[in-house]
Ligand binder design. Structure first.
Ligand code: ATP
Ligand code: MG
Length: 423
């Protein structure tokens, strides 16, 4: 038997209802905050990711699914969405009428990481990007949007970490301070971090090797190296969050895995997830649009990992499974014929109706109704046809009532609609 590729997974019908619910909630919320959907392709030119994410990041160094197309072009399955959204913003001149654009996209990402709990090679993200706003209140607003979403999902045990990564004016000074701190600490770093020390020392904060983590405990703090502009930007982000009573922790070691971030960065962590505890992350990337050939417009965004959200929501999937509302047990040819019509009519009224075409015994059809978990079964056989009334059975209370054949569709549809509006 041919099986799934390692690190990939199927989302089964039992889980799909919850996925749809989460996506519907986030779409609603994003659109209330002024975002419009942008659908981007899964393949891009490799160059796009190398230039935006940064050549000395883990993603670009070792995690991308890259291949040479038959035309000789190097293509890559997108490992994240921001690069593509920025490309589209530039390519379609989405800034032309008004540089302020709020865009969101939902879909799969691909990274060839070591598969483990909460870490897949194809995973799903909800991505939001805001272009054209320098104001720190835009950062706060985006964080509030993210946390409002978490709140609507009624997630507990999640914390918000924020930091500032400075800007091209102040970060080099911090890099130097970090480099001199790391000089003479070679034995306390893993081989990857030794390489990072020269090229990209900030990335060492992100290393998961215990020895490196330990070393970095005493490292200098970026927050003490911010220039005045970055400092006041960060202050306003914090006071804006305070104003809306949004709790957060300032974490000077939060650097994030992509090179393009400037100033505000943030991450949402869930302690119950274990080692892979980041549910969402994001930050400001003021130089990226320009670096990719666009106008000098700032950007800020976040990505939510849907797979990890689902792990937090485990157990709630069955509430969102779309079971049929009613099963029609029809015995005999004539009854089957009528039931076939009812099923189509009910579905047109948005009632999820099912029947069997096998014309089996009443007992076995009722067993099937039970298995489907329907709220109602409608029974119709020769006797009911003679009577002019079918039997509607409430599967929970076991109560039965007669329903005139003429009124079946209207009555059942009204009944189910009424129940849905109660729940
Ligand atoms: P991590 O530190 O867990 O590797 P990251 O910093 O690489 O996360 P981002 O690139 O910021 O993650 O992506 C945002 C979110 O996407 C993460 O917070 C996480 O929920 C999710 N995510 C990232 N990589 C994976 C993966 N391989 N499998 C499942 N979810 C992932
Ligand atoms: Mg990662």
């Amino acid at each position: 038997m041919i099986k799934l590729v390692k690190g990939f997974k199927d989302i089964l019908p039992e889980e799909a209802g919850l996925w749809q619910h989460v996506e519907m909630l986030v779409r609603e919320l994003l659109e209330d905050f002024g975002f419009a959907e942008l659908r981007i392709p899964i393949l891009e030119q490799t160059e796009l990711f190398a230039r935006s994410i940064g050549t000395s990041t883990d993603i670009v160094e070792k995690e991308m699914y890259t291949f040479i197309d038959r035309s000789g072009e190097s293509l890559t399955l997108r490992p994240e969405a921001t690069a593509s959204v920025v490309r589209a913003y530039i390519e379609h001149r989405l800034y032309a009428k008004n540089p302020v654009r709020k865009l969101y996209t939902i879909g799969p990402m691909f990274r060839r990481e070591r598969p483990q709990k909460g870490r897949y090679r194809q995973f799903y993200q909800i991505n939001a990007e805001v272009f054209g706003l320098h104001d720190p209140r835009a950062d706060a607003e985006l964080i509030l949007l993210l946390m409002t979403f978490m709140g609507r999902l009624e997630l507990s045990g999640i914390v918000l970490h924020i930091n500032s990564l400075g800007c091209p004016a102040c970060r080099p000074r911090f890099k130097d301070a970090l480099k001199s701190f790391l000089t003479g600490r070679s034995e306390q770093l893993c081989s990857d971090c030794l390489r990072r020390r020269d090229k990209n020392p900030l990335r060492i904060f992100d290393c998961k090797v215990p020895a490196c983590k330990e070393t970095m405990q005493d490292a200098p703090s970026i927050l003490e190296h911010l220039c005045n502009t970055c400092q006041s930007h960060f202050e306003i982000v914090k006071t804006s969050l305070d104003r809306f009573q949004m709790p957060y922790q300032v974490n000077p070691r939060l650097v994030r895995g992509l090179d393009y971030y400037t100033r505000t960065t943030f991450e949402v962590l869930a302690e119950t997830l274990g080692a892979q505890d980041a549910v969402a992350g994001g930050g400001r990337y003021d130089g990226l649009v320009k670096a990719l050939g666009g106008p000098d417009q700032p950007g800020i965004g976040f990505a939510i990992g849907i797979d990890r959200l689902m792990a937090l929501l485990a157990g709630r999937a069955q509430d969102f499974e779309k079971r049929p509302h009613i099963f029609i047990a029809a015995i005999g040819e004539q009854a089957q014929n009528i039931a076939f019509q009812w099923v189509q009519d009910l579905r047109r009224q948005r009632v999820r109706a099912e029947m069997d075409f096998e014309n089996r015994s009443l007992k076995s059809q009722m067993r099937r109704a039970d298995k489907l978990g329907v709220t109602y079964a409608l029974i119709v056989g020769d006797r009911e046809l003679d009577d002019g009334a079918a039997v509607l059975r409430n599967m929970t209370t076991k109560e039965q009532e007669k329903v005139s054949l003429q009124n079946v569709v209207t009555l059942v549809a009204n009944r189910i609609r009424a129940e849905q509006s109660i729940h």
